[in-house]
Write a protein that binds this ligand. Structure first.
Ligand code: G3H
Ligand code: ZN
Length: 280
């Protein structure tokens, strides 16, 4: 069923479990992630980024389709708007029934980030929607920012208190869209942030972290773990194998289905790596 994001993340943070938050571009992604979570018996978050929404010309088709996949799931599934910079897109997601949004004003100077995040949080909370914000840019998304950014624990605590956000994305050594899983995470900083910040912490750019680093990040206090690029690689590799093996193939279900199956298996495996809560 579709559940609120807080209903997944809050108990996980309390119990020291990780929560997988995986990005949806096509409908097949939503199905793969949900099937993988069902096989693991674990809750999961389906997230659609502002970039993915732009690819679809907005949220009006992919949003309801993703929400429908969540509603029929046999495990708790939340639907989240990822990396939104547009207030209008946040409002659209809230109206469609998304259960949470990430409002990303992290490129703004601290004071402006704070004011913009505070305003959007008030709007979302009035609709019962959970809000994630970001402090300390996680580099790499636009290829410009260096992966050296770090979030200061005291500043993070002050930011959460001032804005009322429900979760905070922090910069601890990952970088978006990495093709290799060799990021060096600052586990001491994760621990310090966990102790300073009263809301669940979110790791972005998790494709760049190896399995053991992801598990250690959760053990040191990270809760929501956002991962996209790695799962796209799994999907595309499987699709490419099918395409390469049969040059006469025309039915899109053959290669998209192979990608979906491969991605589901990796989601199941990753939820174990993240120590996700399981039903049994
Ligand atoms: O918000 C989404 C994530 O931060 C995904 O990053 O593609 O590097 O795993 P990634
Ligand atoms: Zn991200």
């Amino acid at each position: 069923p579709l559940v609120s994001t807080g209903d997944i993340v809050t108990p996980a943070a309390r119990a020291g479990h990780g929560v997988g938050a995986f990005n949806v571009i096509q409908l097949e992604h939503a199905q793969a992630i949900t099937a993988g979570a069902e096989a693991a018996g674990a809750p999961v978050i389906l997230q659609i980024s502002e970039n993915a929404a732009r690819y679809h010309g907005g949220l009006q088709a992919i949003g309801p389709a993703t929400l429908a996949v969540a509603r029929v799931a046999r495990v708790p599934v939340a639907v989240h708007l990822d990396h939104a910079t547009s207030d209008a897109l946040v409002h659209e997601a809230v109206e469609l029934g998304f259960t949470s949004v990430m409002y990303d004003a992290s490129v703004l100077p601290y004071e402006e980030n704070l004011r913009a995040t505070e305003a959007i949080t008030a709007h979302c909370h009035a609709a019962g929607v959970w809000v994630e914000a970001e402090l300390g840019e996680v580099g790499g998304k636009d290829g410009v920012h260096a992966p050296g950014a770090r979030t200061d624990p005291a500043e993070a605590a002050a930011f959460v208190a001032a804005t009322g956000v429900d979760a905070l994305a922090v910069a601890v050594g990952t970088s978006h869209a990495m093709r290799t899983r060799d990021a060096v995470l600052d586990f001491h900083l994760i621990r310090a942030l966990r102790e300073a910040v009263p809301v669940p912490l979110v790791l972005h750019g998790s494709s760049g972290a190896a399995d053991d680093a992801l598990t250690a990040a959760v053990d040191h206090g990270m809760t929501k773990v956002n991962l996209a690029t790695h799962l796209n690689r799994i999907f595309t590799t499987a699709a490419r194998e099918v395409l390469d093996s049969d040059p006469s193939l025309v039915d899109t279900r053959r290669y998209l289905g192979a990608g979906r199956t491969a991605m589901a298996g990796e989601v199941t495996r990753l939820l174990g790596v993240l120590r996700a809560q399981t039903a049994s």
